[in-house]
Design a protein around this ligand. Structure first.
Ligand code: MEV
Length: 449
């Protein structure tokens, strides 16, 4: 193993690439050329992207697709989606079109509360700590005035601070459990700055608190950080129509389809192995819009999956029912999103995506993202319970296989036509291309001789 490199972050971009290319690649020139091929010719744009993170060497492309024809609360949207998975945009577009003919999607923001916690250890009497907290609670608000005044102007700020006794689970462990309203920003920086200020206030006030014994004055703050679990920052997305209108190009009757669909959802409700995949399908839609709009998809993923376990076992996020002849399919998920701050004003394609969505507020974006997730889930369940997923999936994957096999444009066109009526698999495409190329060689030879 080679020695650890020191001062790597201080090297220029060129030097970093040179080191990596020499250290890890059998053909350093080829690796360097590939890395540089992805640089943007517009140097200002490249610099902007370089500065998003540390040690940037190049750009990593993800396709940005669009799914048109979404009707959400009677408003038309074309939804931008950044994803590498072949069938996601097509499935969303299909579901959007299907539901546009049936009144579209309805979405409602239920609540918008964010959470942050100061975790600390206090060696002393809980009763005294409670009294101390009641006495100094207002200091936490006053001491963060500078940080909160802009947020307050926008109608947000710190909602409440609660002292939570967690000593049943861990000796001497307490929290300042704080709730925030962050309006159109996701609020991570705002929340973390407030919490770090709280931890300073907590320590200072404890030191000065006369009723504390010496050992009680020394509060040990373990950490101050927002929580990505936001069960009170939730949105509901829903579609419904009379069962008879569920009919489209499926071979089963609308009622049989509804029954099968509901059973598929029930299975995801009771069976965690299925629930995880079911919810992954929802996240295919959610993440693609979250990424396109410059939001933190890891935060969203962590929060959504925790929410899927809120009743004590991991379960489906979506639900379906038929009542009085009406089929309803819905889900409720937590989403902490922002449409101002962070990448939203920095990344040009994020700005473009937000403009495409009509510059939504954070609440409107929560609705759009939840709808994209529900649409994706509907499309997946519809395929799974009727034709199976592979037919559509492999059709979309065809282009990836053709690219892997280095098919030319003309070959791609012929292959797409051929596989409209034939099942796609890697070997079937390879065989088809081999035969096609052989036919072409035979033709050339015939023409030549
Ligand atoms: C694939 O990315 C997503 C699905 O597996 C979701 C599901 O099974 O519901 C098709």
């Amino acid at each position: 193993m080679s020695k650890a490199i020191t001062g790597f972050s201080k090297l220029t971009k060129e030097q970093k690439i040179e080191w990596i290319a020499k250290e890890y690649f059998s053909n350093p020139e080829e690796a360097t050329a590939l890395i540089k091929k992805y640089w943007n010719a517009d140097q200002d744009l490249q610099k902007l992207h370089d500065e998003f993170i540390e040690n940037t060497i190049t750009n990593f492309y993800l396709p940005l697709g669009v799914a048109p024809n979404f009707i959400i609360n009677d408003k038309k949207y074309t939804i931008p989606m950044a994803t590498e998975e072949s069938s996601v945009v097509a499935a969303a577009s299909k579901a959007a079109k299907f539901w546009a003919k049936r009144g579209g999607f309805k979405a409602t923001v239920i609540n918008t509360e964010k959470i942050g916690q100061v975790h600390f250890i206090f060696n002393g009497s809980t009763e005294k700590l409670n009294t101390f907290f009641s006495n100094v609670k207002s200091k936490f608000f006053e001491g963060t005035d500078d940080l909160t005044k802009n947020m307050q102007k926008r109608g947000g700020g710190i909602l409440d601070i609660e002292l939570r006794d967690k000593t049943d689970s861990l000796s001497n462990y307490y929290q300042l459990h704080t709730t925030f309203e962050t309006k159109d920003s996701m609020g991570a920086n705002f929340i973390n700055s407030c919490l770090e200020q709280f931890s300073k206030i907590l320590k200072t006030e404890a030191l000065a608190y006369e009723a504390f014994a010496e050992e009680e004055k020394d509060i040990q703050v373990i950490m101050s950080i927002l929580s990505n679990y936001v069960p009170n920052c939730t949105v509901r997305a829903e579609v419904s129509c009379p069962v008879q209108e569920l009919h489209e190009d499926t071979n089963i009757s609308p009622m049989a389809f509804a029954e099968k669909f509901m059973t598929a959802v029930k299975i995801a409700e009771i069976e965690p192995f299925r629930a995880v995949t079911h919810n992954k399908g929802i996240m295919n839609g959610v993440d693609a819009v979250v990424v396109a709009t410059g939001n933190d998809f890891r935060a969203v993923e962590a929060g959504v999956h925790a929410y899927a376990s809120k009743d004590g076992h991991y379960s489906s996020l979506s639900h379906a029912k038929v009542e009085n002849g009406i089929f309803t399919f819905w889900m409720e998920i937590p989403l902490a999103l922002g449409t101002v701050g962070g990448l939203t004003t920095l990344h040009p394609l994020v700005k473009l995506s937000l403009e495409m969505l009509g510059k939504p507020s954070a609440q409107e974006l929560m609705q759009i993202v939840a709808v994209a997730g529900l649409a994706q889930n509907f499309a997946a369940l519809r395929s799974l319970t009727t034709t199976g997923i592979q037919q559509g999936h492999m059709k979309m994957h065809l282009m990836n296989i053709l690219n892997q096999l280095q098919a030319g444009d003309h070959e791609k066109k012929q292959a797409v036509k051929h596989f409209e009526k034939n099942p796609v698999s890697h070997s079937a495409v390879a065989d088809y291309l081999r035969d096609l190329r052989q036919i072409n060689i035979d033709r050339i030879e015939e023409d030549f001789f």
